[in-house]
Every structure is written in structure tokens, then in C-alpha cells.
Design a protein around this ligand. Structure first.
Ligand code: NI
Length: 137
């Protein structure tokens, strides 16, 4: 078996969100989410890193063509998320709290069917420079 290698594509989007659990009281939500619960939303500069791992294709020398990967991310993720209000504009978050964790899982689920089954996929999402998540863990 040949060696596996990882390819990373870094992208960026800006989006607004509000963290809130509708089944909890106003007080509980304030306590749980603090500033992120402010009624009128707030924004983040999200850094999105998509990692694709697999064997090198003999014909191309690539694991995945990063141009194609970049286009997939732009078309199916950034076009839907960038400069949007995640709670209001993105269907997946109508009933799902748009935490970094949940955003990463949603992005993974969008991209997974678009990338060959032979390749492993991982999504790393920075909500701030210091806070980031990775899915699958
Ligand atoms: Ni926030």
C-alpha cells in the first residue's frame, strides 16, 4: 500500500450568528452563552481549513486537485455562508445552534458527498484566532 498524504485548503468567510437554545429560559441562555446570546447577533471572521487525506493519484500526482477542492468549497459552502446571518439565512441552522462545533459538522456533511470515497475528509474551523474545532475528532 502506498503512503497517504494530506492536502489542506484554507478558506475564509464572515458571518453573523447568535447562540441560543429555544428550550431554555432567557436567563439560562444569558448564563450559558453570554455575549454570544445578544439578541441582535454578532459577527465572526471564520477561517475554514479543509483537510483531504489519501494516496497520490498516479496520473496527476495529486491527492485532490486543490483548484477543484477550492471551487467545491466556494460553491457549496462560502456562497451560502459568507456575509450571511447563519441563524436566519442558512437552512441547516433553522433548528440548530450555530456554534463552531455545529458549523463544522454542517460543512463536513455538505462536502463529504462531493469528495471521492477513497479520500478522508476533515474540517477545521477557527471561530477566533484562539478558538477552533476539528471534525471528525
Ligand atoms: Ni459568536
Amino acid at each position: 500500500m502506498r503512503n497517504k498524504i494530506a492536502v489542506y485548503r484554507k478558506e475564509h468567510f464572515n458571518a453573523a450568528h447568535r447562540l441560543n437554545n429555544d428550550s431554555l429560559s432567557k436567563e439560562e441562555n444569558t448564563l450559558l452563552f453570554g455575549k454570544c446570546n445578544y439578541a441582535n447577533y454578532h459577527g465572526h471572521n471564520y477561517e475554514l481549513i479543509v483537510k483531504v487525506t489519501g494516496e497520490i493519484d498516479e496520473k496527476t500526482g495529486y491527492v485532490i486537485d486543490t483548484k477543484i477542492l477550492s471551487e467545491l468549497i466556494k460553491k457549496f459552502v462560502l456562497n451560502r455562508f459568507d456575509h450571511r446571518n447563519l441563524n436566519l439565512d442558512v437552512e441547516e441552522f433553522k433548528n440548530l445552534n450555530p456554534t463552531a462545533e455545529n458549523i463544522a459538522i454542517v460543512i463536513f456533511n455538505i462536502l463529504r458527498p462531493l469528495i471521492s470515497n477513497n479520500l478522508e475528509l476533515k474540517v477545521i474551523l477557527y471561530e477566533t484566532e484562539r478558538n477552533y474545532v476539528e471534525y471528525p475528532a
